[in-house]
Each structure stands twice: as C-alpha cells, then as structure tokens.
Design a binder for this molecule. Structure first.
Ligand SMILES: *[C@@H]1O[C@H](CO)[C@@H](O)[C@H](O)[C@H]1NC(C)=O
Ligand SMILES: *[C@@H]1O[C@H](CO)[C@@H](O)[C@H](O)[C@H]1NC(C)=O
Ligand SMILES: *[C@@H]1O[C@H](CO)[C@@H](O)[C@H](O)[C@H]1NC(C)=O
Length: 473
C-alpha cells in the first residue's frame, strides 16, 4: 500500500508540475523515439493460473477458543489477492509475535478468497474474523460498487477510506475482546526487532555502531537492548522482548503506540547462500526461494526516508480509550495524541518492519487500481535495483524455530503452496507499463523539477532505461 501522506504531496506536486509542464520543458531529447516503447511492449506473456484450484473456495471453520490477550498479539490486515504472500506472513507472525487474533478485511475487488488459507490457522489455534466492508464501514447510504474503469482517484479515495475505517473499527473491536498489542501492517511487511538476536547480538551491535559512527546520522541516539534479545527462532519472541524492555525502563517501549520504521528489501538476489543460518534438514525440506524473508536479503540504506517511506505503528489497545479517538487521518499516525511522527529513525528504534518488494510476478499479481501510475513495471525495476545496498539476515532464524516447534510435517502443511507457482510468469504485460502520456512527459525533458526526491529519482531512472533501449536498436 502506498503511504498516503507521502502520496498526497506527490500528487499535488505532480499536478503542479504537469500544469507548468509546457513552461518547464527543455528541448525534447533527440535520441528518444516513441516507437522504441511500443516495440518494447509487443510481446506479452501472462500465464493463466487456475485460481479456484490454487485457493479452493471454503466456508470459514469455527474459531478456536480465545488465547490470553496479555501474552499474544493481534493484527488488523487488509487483503486483496495476496494469498501467495499470506501463507508466509501468517506462519512468521504466528511464530514470532505470537499472532493469535487476526481481523482480515477482504477488498471487494478481490478475485480470490483467503478462507482456505485462514482455515489452516484456525485449526492451529488462531482466532480469525473475515470482515467485508459492511462489517466496519457504517454509513447512512450504502456504499456503491466502484466500476473497474473508474478514475484512479476515485479508487484511491475508496481504498484510503476503507483503510482508515477498517483500522479504527478493528482496534475498537479488539479492545472489546480484551486484547493488548495490535500490529497494523500489510501482507508484504514483517515485524522484526532491529538487532540481531541471541549470540549474534554483540557482533551485530559492533558492526552497526561502526557504520553509524561513519554516517551523517551519528549524532542520533542509538537504541540498545537492555540485554541480549531473543532470536526470531524463539516462539513468541516479540512479546517477550517488548516486555523485557518495558520492564528495563527503555523509553521507546513505554508508549501504547510504538512507531516502527520500515526498511525496504529489494528484489536483488544476494551472493549469500540462501541456506545460511538454516538447519540442513530444513534447507533440504523447503523450496527456500519461495520465501520472501529468505530470498531477499538486500535492503535500502537505513535512514533513507525516500526509499523506506513512512513508518507504521503498533498499538496496545488495553491502554487506549479507543471509542473516543477521533477518525484516523493517517495510517502512519492513526492516533495523533499518542503515536509518534512517522519519520521515526531506524537507529533509535528497537523494532522495525522489513518491507519486501518481492519478485515481479508477486508484485504484479493483483489487479491493482494504481497499475500504470504509482505501481508499474518501471517502478518495480527502479525499486528492485535502487534499494539493494546492505545485507541483513536477522529475520532468517524464524524458520528453524517454526519447524522445531511444529514438527516438520505440520510446518510443511502450514506452508503448503507458499509463494506463486514456480512456472508462473507475467512478462511484458503492457498494462503494467507507465501510461503512455505519463511516460511521454518524463521523456520530453532532461530533468524533472519537483520537490519530491522520489519522483525526481524515478523519472531519471525511466529516462535512462528508455534512452538505453532506443540506443540499443
Ligand atoms: C480449475 O480447477 C477446478 C478445481 O480443480 C476445476 O474444477 C476447474 O475445471 C478448473 N478450471 C479450468 C479452466 O481448468
Ligand atoms: C473482557 O474483560 C471484561 C472485564 O474483565 C469482562 O467482563 C468481559 O467479559 C471480557 N470480554 C471478553 C470478550 O472476554
Ligand atoms: C543503461 O545502460 C548502462 C550501460 O549499459 C547501464 O549501466 C545502466 O544500468 C542502464 N540503465 C538502465 C536504467 O537500464
């Protein structure tokens, strides 16, 4: 999901720049020809998957008894055709947080249902509610369906509205259910603590301190755990860790709304072996390339807000008067009075979110309303290559721990069908390319003049890409 508060200024800047466009124009670049683009797009290979066979329609199973809210996590999650990510997301958060109560809002434009996957976890002891818009979006007049060919802005507004209503109603509900910590992040995002755990902790701290002292941010306070943190292999590590640090008096963990920075992981393979850190029995039992948390280990520079975008939050609903909170205005800072500003810094944070771009097939799987605009083949290429400067493995041990606590047969069945089918390809699908007039505008000048660094960098990438390809011909 795009960070809405970044997007709004982006769009404003865009509309201003686009209006001024004829004035800002430098002479069109001589080597660029539109025909280069259409040739680039002519072969379009998308395989059809049998989605009914892959995710069979099922009725929700009855929920298990509620776990104790004090020792477990809850989550509010919006989904739309991301079952291929959901399988890993559920296993990871079930094990690491431990996630035991989940409220899912299914976008009405979905072509698949997550129920068959959620049922595995109901049987495993996770309490799961599946909500549709009617369940949380109470209005005087009924919500009308938005047609597929509606304006992007209409779809975007609907999506933003849905997010804000859903998160607020979900938090109110979870408070009534006597829950405590609730995470509010998407299915391509994984909550992890910011330090390597266990015996890797000291070595990691030293390495990071060294990097930190060489960086321009070295004057900022660097948070250190009060004692060695658990690794992600340990079941329920996150809640234990938070409690340990709360009790030690660390300021970061005291608020009922903790701000969590994100770190963007690119789609560039590392030279590190994918089996690194995994027990040999596990490495040989799973197709590790199907795991986002194992395959993608390179990330954008820490503290690069342009690449990592705004942070998210987790909220302890037991300490918040949810019903009297005002309507949420930003998902990155839902409750202004208790949540920190969302440009929270990685160095001063004990917890972070790993945000995975994922493979091209994974990124382009859903019929995203923003296709051709904020989400495009060009955006994916730009992000996949420009966010790959450092390696980080501290999420990896989770699979060892998960298999150890569930046993191999159970772990394998819970992770069955992880990722998209390996043969699936979605190549040169022109519907995912930047829209022709957007592209033409970028190509007609040499430099984009805008306040938005992300847009300037992206536009420069697009020019280089298409000028390269027209030079090659
Ligand atoms: C898709 O799979 C379902 C269930 O296995 C099957 O009934 C259906 O015929 C398949 N559809 C196509 C188009 O192959
Ligand atoms: C939540 O706790 C209150 C007070 O202890 C209790 O009355 C209520 O039944 C609990 N609600 C649920 C859903 O367990
Ligand atoms: C353009 O071509 C150069 C030289 O081959 C290459 O280094 C660069 O990565 C290309 N840029 C893009 C955006 O494809």
């Amino acid at each position: 999901m795009p960070p809405s508060s970044v997007l709004v200024p982006t769009l404003l800047v865009c509309s201003i720049v686009c209006c001024l466009y004829p004035i800002l124009l430098s002479s069109p670049h001589p080597t660029f020809h539109r025909s280069a683009i259409s040739r680039e797009l002519d072969s379009f290979v998308t395989q059809k998957l049998n989605l009914t066979a892959l995710y069979p329609p099922e009725e929700p199973l009855p929920n298990p008894p509620l776990s104790d809210g004090h020792d477990t996590f809850s989550a509010c999650l919006l989904v739309m055709d991301d079952n291929h990510r959901l399988i890993e997301w559920l296993a990871y958060h079930y094990h690491v947080l431990p996630l035991r109560y989940l409220v899912v809002a299914v976008d009405p434009r979905s072509k698949t249902t997550p129920t068959s996957i959620l049922n595995r976890w109901r049987e495993q002891g996770m309490y799961i509610l599946e909500w549709s818009d009617r369940d949380f979006w109470k209005r005087k007049s009924p919500l009308r369906d938005i047609p597929d060919d509606a304006e992007l802005q209409v779809k975007r507004d609907r999506h933003r509205g849905r997010q804000k209503y859903f998160y607020r109603q979900c938090l109110i509900h979870l408070k009534e259910e006597n829950r405590t910590w609730v995470s509010l992040h998407d299915s391509d995002e994984y909550m992890v603590y910011n330090h390597a755990g266990g015996d890797k902790f000291r070595e990691w701290e030293d390495k990071m301190k060294d990097r930190h002292s060489r960086s321009v941010h070295s004057k900022e306070v660097r948070i250190e755990p009060s004692k060695t943190p658990p690794t992600t292999a340990e079941e329920g590590a996150m809640i234990k860790y938070i409690r340990q640090e709360q009790e030690a008096g660390l300021e970061f963990y005291q608020s009922p709304c903790i701000g969590i920075p994100r770190l963007t992981f690119s789609a560039v393979e590392t030279s590190t072996s994918i089996t690194k850190g995994l027990a040999p029995e596990i490495a040989s039992s799973f197709d590790l390339e199907q795991f986002d948390t194992l395959r993608w280990r390179k990330h954008a520079p820490r503290n690069d807000f342009v690449k990592n975008a705004l942070g998210k939050v987790m909220i302890d609903v037991s300490r918040v008067d949810m019903k009297n909170t005002p309507m949420f205005r930003s998902l990155h800072r839902p409750i202004q009075s208790i949540c920190p500003a969302p440009w929270h810094n990685d160095w001063s944070s004990g917890i972070r979110i790993n945000h995975y771009l994922g493979s091209w097939e994974s990124y382009s799987f859903r019929d995203d309303a923003r296709r051709g605009f904020e989400r495009s083949r060009e955006q994916w290429e730009f992000k996949s290559t420009s966010s790959a400067v450092q390696d980080d493995d501290n999420v990896t041990p989770w699979l060892n721990g998960f298999v150890e606590s569930q046993g191999l047969p159970k772990a394998s069945s819970l992770l069955h069908n992880i990722g998209l089918p390996k043969h699936y390809r979605n190549e040169k699908d022109h519907r995912w390319n930047l829209l022709p007039d957007k592209l033409a505008k970028i190509m007609e000048t040499d430099v984009t003049i805008a306040n938005d660094n992300k847009m300037v960098a992206f536009d420069a990438f697009v020019r280089e890409k298409y000028r390269n390809s027209s030079l090659r011909r």
